[in-house]
Design a protein around this ligand. Sequence first.
Ligand code: GRG
Length: 297
Amino acid sequence: MNIRDYLSARKREVEKALDSFMLPEQGVFTDHIAAMRYSLFVGGKRIRPILCLAAAEAVTDDAATRDALLPVACAIECIHTYSLIHDDLPAMDNDDLRRGKPTNHKKYGEAAAILAGDGLLTYAFELLSRPASALPDGSRLRIIQLIARAAGPEGMVGGQFLDISNENRDYPFELLKTIHKSKTGALIACSVLSGAIGAGADAVQEEKLREYGILIGLAFQIVDDLLDATATTTQLGKTAGSDRARGKATYPAFFGIEATKEKARETVEAAKTALSSFSNRAQPLIDLADYICMRTH
Ligand code: GRG
């Protein structure tokens, strides 16, 4: 299956699962649930849940084990969506457009958007902690810890804090790398590692997939920096050029466009090399690394 067909098949699978796991719009909390569902289903490439499932496929061909990871994959997408809702708020990036549609606070108001984000983050952990038949309790607990760490103060939230508190300041490249790895890389890396752990990876497989996840997490953000500097708002579905407007340090600001493209390519090649000992069941992960490098939105 080529990568485009693979991505659309997995996207459909993830969206079906998300719809079945997410609370229905009914009862006394209808309006709150509608705001959560709005951002969850307004679009999105579903890269993180797809990486989680593809990592599991690289480790096992047991379909039941892979299916048991669907709640994990969906929980990660809920956390990602919460981070986008909060990132768009007036106190943060103050954006009007996300996934090509009005941001959550533009549609529902600021207070409802904050709560939609809070609801998605919390609900993700409810989903993760539900007993899943084919996922042993030991790996489930490890996955929950891993995701909490990746999303929390030493991961995405901490990275966002560093990013915001250093706007309009000159800072060393090492700090930019830390921000990229924590703000964006951590959740992507943990999507891969969760899939590996849930599928019963051995220690060597786990280490290789950890390395792959960290590298593609970094590559993803390098490409995001490039797209922000070179693509249009229509292509991106969110405001283009916002990094420069907000005085953010980025790879293109440090190295220029061409050298940044080369760094993205090198990082993706290193990620693919980390998978050299896997069977051809890891092909989707290899293709996903290339897709991350070549993506246009
Ligand atoms: C508010 C706690 C908190 C964290 C925000 C993720 C994040 C941290 C901010 C988003 C800002 C941003 C645009 C970061 C660049 C990388 C990134 C996460 C892009 C969006 O991810 P995609 O491209 O989005 O996977 P879709 O819409 O396809 O899901």
